[in-house]
Design a protein around this ligand. Structure first.
Ligand code: NAD
Length: 503
């Protein structure tokens, strides 16, 4: 007897409904833990893009004009719905991304924080008022939505990164088009359904699937006013250049190579726990993952030993297993790239402390597995140091003192996150003041700012000047208007003055 399995098709979400669209191309979506195709994803064509932008433009006109009270009512409802669907969203994330369920729930939690921040939008949009700046003249300012904004997001946080953008864009009165990663598009589709259930008018939040062609269409479409991008550095730079050339406001967050300095005065057991979690959690596929341990002086041998013990103990399994601590990487190509870089480091003379290249997970032989890997004595010319590996690999670079560690970090082209492990306030303060990195942790390995601060790196980790979510998110999705107002007394007549107005 033969059995035929019908593949699920993942559609777009356009103008309030799931839509096949006109584009006839599809792309497979995989479960990285089993290596099996789980669905086919519809890819947009130009007509689909135009339909989506047209719907967004129309929706933005009324949504931007709606009262703050009505907008916040939708946001509060959406917050409740996301909270009620954490398990459903997490299952979708794990099935297509591979991260373990507890970690998937963690990313939803960070996304919820942004929705909660956006619920306070009336306070955030309060303008300024100056009374009587000149006789009979008042000046006041407020911010208005941009109109239509698009968010282009990476595979590694299919819920959190869209939620870094959409609640802020929508709360500030814009219509938002999400172009999620093609690798894990199902959780973003559930977000679309929850927005609709929350009472968001059709066209204010839409999901359009596609690759480069769709992104290019959004970057150049005359009715798209702003672009938020999160992904790898080469694409972030391309998106920033292309969209600014088309006159759009852009924030484009890129890749990373995050260093953590370990001082000899640190609590080394605590540092090792955090380093292992920050390097191997989510299989190292986090833009804030610690991928370089900078071991200072006498700390080196001790910290390497302690991290080795922890790396060997990580439970690598299908993320659906209750005790799984780490899942697979996203694609066979990603695995191949990671293994290649590790092999290059070994060939160039680095010391393999823990080698995850040949990991096989019983029962999941076709999954895309790489085990936790620790490489010591890595030098800065090796690809293991120069490339963003984006896998469960921690490289150790040994330095003599704090100054050398800081100089190493500051000469790196990326500047997303960094951390120091120390028990010295003086060391910590010197570090926080002199590193050229946007987000700094003091005994905190993943210093992802809470929702009421903004998230963003420096150097090749961010193109554009506005960080994402928080107060800078409000600023990014709005533009300021300043009104200078005079209401003359009915009897007053001063005659025309041809000088430039002054006080
Ligand atoms: P990616 O750059 O390959 O893809 C990101 C998005 O860009 C996707 O939606 C994809 O469809 C689109 N895209 C891919 N190639 C394109 C092209 N040639 N032209 C136009 N669009 C294109 O990134 P990824 O592999 O999905 O995600 C991992 C990367 O994202 C890592 O580099 C990671 O550091 C980075 N990241 C950064 C942050 C941050 O906040 N700085 C957060 C998460 C992830």
């Amino acid at each position: 007897m033969s059995t035929t399995t019908t593949l699920t098709t993942i559609h777009h979400f356009i103008n309030g409904a799931e839509t096949t669209g006109e584009g006839d191309r599809t792309q497979p979506v995989y479960n990285p833990a089993t290596g099996q195709v789980s669905a086919e994803l519809r890819l947009a064509n130009e007509a689909d893009l135009n339909t989506t932008v047209d719907a967004a433009k129309k929706a933005a006109e009324s949504w931007g004009d709606i009262s703050l009270a009505k907008r916040t009512a939708v946001l509060f409802k959406f917050r409740e719905l996301v909270a009620a669907h954490v398990d459903d969203l997490a299952e979708l994330i794990t099935a297509e991304h591979g991260k373990v369920l507890s970690d998937a729930k963690g990313e939803i939690g960070r996304g919820l924080e942004v929705i909660e921040f956006a619920c306070g939008i009336p306070q955030l949009l309060k303008g300024d008022y100056s009374d009587q700046v000149s006789t009979g003249i008042d000046v006041f300012s407020f911010r208005e939505p941009l109109g239509v904004v698009a968010g282009i997001t990476p595979f590694n946080f299919p819920v959190m990164v869209p939620l870094w953008m959409a609640p802020m864009a929508i709360a500030t009165g814009n219509a938002f088009i999400l172009k999620p990663s093609e690798r894990d598009p199902s959780a973003p589709m559930l977000l679309a359904k929850l927005w609709k259930q929350a009472g968001l008018p059709d066209g204010v939040f839409q999901v359009l699937h596609g690759g480069k062609e769709t992104v290019d269409g959004l970057l150049s479409h005359p009715d798209v006013d702003g672009i938020s991008f999160v992904g790898s550095t080469p694409i972030a730079q391309y998106v920033h250049e292309t969209a600014t050339k088309h006159g759009k406001r852009v924030q484009a967050l890129g890749g990373a190579k995050n260093h953590a300095i370990v001082m000899p005065d640190a609590d080394l057991d605590n540092a090792a726990d955090h380093l292992a979690a920050a390097a191997f959690g989510s299989a190292g596929e986090r833009c804030m993952a610690i991928s370089v341990a900078v071991a200072v002086g006498d700390a080196a041998d001790l910290i390497v030993k302690k991290v080795e013990e922890r790396a060997l103990a990580v439970k690598v399994k299908n993320g659906t297993e209750p005790d799984a601590e780490m899942g697979p990487v996203i694609t066979p190509a990603s695995k191949e790239r990671i293994v290649k870089i590790v092999t290059e480091a070994e060939t160039a003379g680095a010391a393999m402390v823990v080698d995850g290249r040949d990991l096989v997970v019983p029962g999941h032989e076709d999954g895309f597995w790489v085990g936790p890997t620790v490489i010591d004595h890595v030098r800065t010319e090796m690809t293991a140091y120069t490339e963003e590996i984006f896998g469960p690999v921690l490289v150790v670079v040994r330095v003599a003192d704090l100054e050398e560690g800081i100089a190493l970090i500051n000469s790196n082209p990326y500047g997303n996150g960094t951390a120091i492990f120390t028990s010295s306030g003086a060391n910590a303060r010197k570090f926080q003041r002199s590193v050229t990195v946007g987000m700094v942790g003091i005994n905190v390995p993943l210093p992802v700012p809470v929702a009421y601060h903004s998230f963003g790196g420096w150097k090749n980790s961010l193109f554009g000047d506005k960080h994402i979510y928080g107060p800078e998110g409000v600023s990014f999705y709005t533009r300021g208007k300043v009104i200078t107002s005079r209401w003359p007394e009915p009897t007053h007549a001063s005659g025309a003055s041809y000088n430039f107005p002054s006080n």
